[in-house]
Design a protein around this ligand. Structure first.
Ligand SMILES: [Zn+2]
Length: 498
């Protein structure tokens, strides 16, 4: 019958529509979680990649890195590739994966993508998902650009024109890396992440793991194991402070995601996990000693690493791009000796005299300038000269003392070697402007005559401008030469005219 046919037909359509709708809803859920937008930072991709490669080269100088041909490295590279494939190309980075022959559990990823995983991490992982968990967590720090974002945190927020001021490329240990919370030295690499960065790296890491087919909870398993092991991963735990409730947070996050049949261990995991136990590993102490006596440079070079100073100028690893600026080689005092002939330098807000053989390098974008001898500068590092920055103060109408102390504090927080070495004093600049003066000490980017690291003296002068702006100058020299240069620095300071 017509009517029956009609009604059965429409009932069939309704049922079909229902199924289709349910299927659509299911499909929406089945597509799974998506990675968040990583957001913006003050540093360009190129800057982050360059800095990451600079540190990677430093790692090759300070740590025993297994050759790319080792089974451990090959395995870590293929696991890393699997995880990285979950990231949309527009937000991805030139990730590279290396293994360090270190006993202690650690892993770190540098801005722009170079990642290093210790043998200790490989042998401590009970399954592939745990190892993937640590790596996904590290990849997430790079993906979210946590190091680059750290540059301006809590200081000159939202000040487009001037935001680069205090975070500009102040030289040496004051440099961009220190501002990013990255310290390399004596066989140790320290990264400083906040608890909120940690929580975010867990959350993003869980998505990467899920997309790659691993159980996200394994990430929490590994961190819990680290906590219980105490002494075996102290560096890792201080770099990655526990945000609390890692397991609960991840379990809550994955609750709504579609069910997944998670991957079990690959055959390679078992093989490499076992093989890694037979590799000669070094303790943090031994690695620090080897960094000092050049053992790792020699061994890594033998394994095919090429350093920036080497003839070919190729990067230290077969996977890297171009290496960054080399650290400043030994500099003799004659190379940086200031001329007694002074010229006026126009710095916009003020003028200052400079020795005619010390160049003025201006950086409009970061409201900054450097006056330095050619031999005293390499890339972002300034070993000799004066660095000038403009900045907006954190609060309006702060006293000279407060602003100066705030700048010192900010600089200290970005450089664990930096410490105040004098009382904070009042000083008159430009014939009557009340400013602040303080001396600081840190490690110089230039080695001493014997090729050893040496201390640096930094004389900081702060001059307020209006209610919310300030300019500060830092006169920089290795301590050994500071007194010799002090008359030049004082003459430069006396010549300041607003
Ligand atoms: Zn972390």
């Amino acid at each position: 019958m017509m009517t029956t046919q009609d009604s059965s037909h429409s009932r069939w359509v309704a049922a079909w529509l229902m199924i289709w709708l349910v299927a659509c809803q299911h499909a929406a859920v089945a597509s799974g979680p998506e990675l968040p937008n990583p957001g913006k930072t003050q540093l360009t991709r190129e800057q982050q990649e360059k800095l990451g490669l600079q540190v990677a080269e430093e790692v090759y100088k300070q740590m025993p890195v297994l050759p790319d041909s080792s089974p451990e490295t090959k395995y870590i590279q293929s696991l890393g590739k699997r995880l990285v494939e979950t990231i949309p190309p527009e937000h991805s980075w030139p990730f590279q994966f290396h293994v360090v022959a270190q006993k202690e559990i650690n892993a770190f990823a540098l801005p722009g993508g170079p990642m290093f995983v210790n043998i200790g991490t490989l042998t401590a992982a009970d399954n592939e998902a745990e190892l993937a968990g640590v790596m996904a967590h590290e990849i997430s720090h790079v993906y979210m650009q946590h190091s680059a974002k750290q540059q301006t945190k809590g200081w000159v927020e939202g000040l487009a024109g001037i935001a680069g001021a205090i975070v500009g490329d102040v030289g040496g240990a004051w440099g961009s890396l220190a501002k990013m919370g990255i310290q390399v030295g004596a066989g140790t690499l320290m990264m400083k992440y906040s608890r909120s960065d940690e929580a975010q790296a867990d959350a993003v890491g869980a998505i990467i793991l899920w997309k790659a087919g691993y159980n996200p909870v394994a990430l929490a398993d590994f961190f819990e194991k680290l906590d219980s092991k105490g002494g075996h991963g102290p560096q890792f735990l201080s770099d990655h402070p526990n945000p609390g409730n890692r397991r609960t947070s991840i379990q809550k996050e994955i609750r709504e995601w579609p069910a997944h049949k998670y991957l079990s261990d690959s055959a390679d995991f078992a093989t490499v996990n076992k093989h890694a136990g037979s590799i000669k590993v070094y303790t943090a102490q031994e690695i620090a000693e080897g960094a000092q006596n050049g053992q790792w440079v020699a061994e890594n070079r033998k394994n095919g690493a090429i350093f920036a100073g080497d003839a070919s100028g190729a990067p230290p690893s077969s996977q890297g791009g171009t290496a960054g600026a080399a650290p400043i080689a030994k500099v003799s005092i004659t190379e940086i000796q200031p001329s007694s002939v002074f010229r006026s330098a126009n710095l916009g807000a003020f003028k200052m005299d400079r020795p005619e053989n010390w160049e003025l390098i201006k950086d409009q974008q970061s409201s900054s300038a450097t006056i330095a001898p050619h031999a005293g500068v390499s890339g972002d590092a300034v070993a000799y000269g004066v660095v000038i920055r403009a900045l907006q103060t954190p609060e309006p109408n702060m006293s000279v003392k407060q602003i100066t102390a705030a700048i010192v504090k900010r600089l200290e927080s970005g450089d664990s070697n930096l410490k105040q070495s004098s009382e904070l004093k009042a000083i008159n600049v430009s014939g009557g402007v009340a400013g602040g003066s303080v001396e600081l000490e840190t490690i110089s980017p230039v080695m001493d005559a014997a090729g050893k690291p040496q201390r640096e003296r930094d004389w900081l002068i702060m001059v307020p401008l209006g209610s919310r702006q300030a300019i500060f100058l830092v006169f920089v020299s290795p301590m050994a030469h500071f007194e010799q240069l002090r008359p030049t620095f004082e003459r430069m300071l006396r010549s300041v005219k607003f």
